[in-house]
Design a protein around this ligand. Structure first.
Ligand code: URA
Length: 254
């Protein structure tokens, strides 16, 4: 490379990095602004938001038991003080399909198992309508301890707990993840887009297809023949198709 080409590239790179900084991308190591032009390209890293860094891919495969053991009698966030039972997850450790909810409610807190209350009955119906069994899939939540009065988990609680969820998801390595409701979709996809806009299409989650859909509790409120109920079924049809499983016929409301 000639000296003038090097100078030109150096000037372009510097201008590009300055543009990035001005547009709010921070985290580019300061030394790169003056780095020799021949520095390996791989040293230029795009800054990730803190939450995304927390969600970096675990390096090794680990068992669900090992992750549960590490959680122990977890008191990493304030939910630990008020929960009865930590609700880790249930189902097939080699499931092709994982459902992720928001967090345990009262029944789950008492029994130590996700989706065993009224919302769980709806989820069971969805699973059965897909001609699957609860034991075929894996079910877990964004947070493992019940938020008081069933409020949505707060951001510090989510960011403390979600690295464990990510490790669970990498341990199971499903072919599809279904995020049940706003909290799960927002936490996993680090998005604030309304669930009604996110659902109906697959999103990438660490190389795994993720389908956001409405939460079973929402279906409890809207009823078994509502538009949202059929939207969830449409989402599950896409999930079944991706898994190359038969799609059962359901008769739509008139
Ligand atoms: N709602 C959830 O999001 N998770 C549960 O486990 C139960 C209810």
């Amino acid at each position: 490379m000639t000296h003038s080409t090097q100078s030109h590239l150096s000037a372009s790179l510097t201008a590009y990095l300055e543009d990035l900084q001005e547009s709010g991308v921070d985290g580019i190591p300061a030394e790169l602004m003056t780095a020799p032009v021949m520095a390996p390209a791989t040293t230029v890293t795009t800054a990730k938001p803190a939450a995304a860094q927390q969600l970096s891919t675990p390096e090794k495969h680990e068992s669900l038991e090992a992750i549960r053991k590490e959680l122990g009698a977890c008191q990493r966030c304030k939910l630990g003080a008020t929960r009865k039972n930590l609700v880790f997850g249930v189902g097939n450790p080699n499931a092709r399909l994982v459902f992720v909810g928001e967090g345990p409610g009262a029944d789950e807190d008492t029994q130590g198992e996700p989706f065993v209350g009224d919302a769980g009955k709806i989820l069971n119906r969805i699973i059965a309508a897909m001609e699957l069994k609860r034991e075929d899939v894996y079910i877990c939540n964004v947070v493992k301890c019940r938020p008081p009065q069933n409020r949505p988990p707060e951001s510090d609680e989510v960011s403390t707990c979600i690295p464990f969820l990510l490790r669970q998801l990498h341990s199971v390595r499903p072919e599809v993840i279904v995020a049940l409701g706003t909290s799960a979709a927002h936490a996993l996809l680090q998005s604030k887009v309304a669930i009604s806009k996110m659902r109906g299409k697959f999103h990438d989650f660490h190389g795994m297809p993720l389908m956001p859909t409405y939460h079973p509790s929402y279906l409890l409120r809207t009823g078994g023949n509502s538009d949202s109920f059929w939207s969830v079924w449409d989402d599950m049809i896409q999930v079944l198709q991706l898994l190359k499983l038969p799609v059962p016929e359901k008769s739509r409301k008139k």
